[in-house]
Design a protein around this ligand. Structure first.
Ligand SMILES: [Ca+2]
Length: 211
């Protein structure tokens, strides 16, 4: 009896030690597992892509191009809408309808338009995008319709090129504000280049394919 109780002592201690060791290993294992799971990766990787895409002035077809308008204030001329500076403004000095037309000097196929409004007060507006070649009638390519605000860009990239445009006209038909633009940026390619791209597919479409 006594021998039995003596003999079970070490086994009991050993059993407890084993349990402690196992628990310690489990705890170590849990802490080890928790180490490789820090903040979610996508959150960290999202930071660089959160920055707005750059729109280099050198690629902006409208930059420094001749612009004419329906009207303008003496100190806020049409050229201020295409000077690359968001702080300078073309201001019609009047309510809609007002328009601004930009002459690219030759014919382009356009794939992006960015409009930076100057607007007081904010509110519902309608802006129509018209284009034509060296000659011919204007064609309506796009219409922005919605609530807009001062300094908040309107950005459109058509699925297909807006083709054969030398003169681009932005006509504002509705707004609670005098019609004014801080900046108009236009991107695209010469007509011939667009034809070559058609053989291979557009780069933007290829880049958009992700696993
Ligand atoms: Ca400007």
């Amino acid at each position: 009896m006594t021998g039995g109780s003596v003999s079970t002592g070490p086994r009991g201690v050993a059993k407890h030690l084993t349990t402690i060791v196992v628990l310690a290993l489990v705890l170590v294992g849990c802490s080890a597992l928790s180490v490789p799971t820090p903040a979610p990766g996508p959150t960290i990787r999202a930071a660089p892509s959160a920055a707005p895409p750059s729109t280099p002035t050198s690629d902006n077809l409208a930059h420094g191009k001749p612009a004419t308008t329906s009207a303008s204030l003496p100190d806020q001329p049409p050229s201020a809408a295409v000077d690359g500076d968001p702080e300078t403004i073309w201001n019609a000095g009047g309510l809609p309808t007002q328009w601004i037309e930009i002459d690219f000097g030759s014919v382009f196929d356009l794939d992006r338009l960015v409009l930076l409004p100057a607007q007081t007060p904010d509110g519902p507006t309608v802006h129509q995008v018209w284009g034509r070649g060296d000659s011919g009638d204007y064609r309506l390519f796009h219409e922005f319709r919605g609530s807009t605000a001062d300094g908040v860009a309107l950005d459109v990239s058509p699925v297909s090129y807006w083709s054969g445009i030398r003169y681009l006209k932005i006509e504002t038909t509705e707004s609670p504000s005098w019609v004014a633009w801080r900046e108009i940026a236009v991107f695209g390619r010469p007509v011939g280049q667009a034809a070559v791209d058609g053989l291979f597919g557009r780069g933007s479409a290829l880049i958009s394919i992700r696993p």
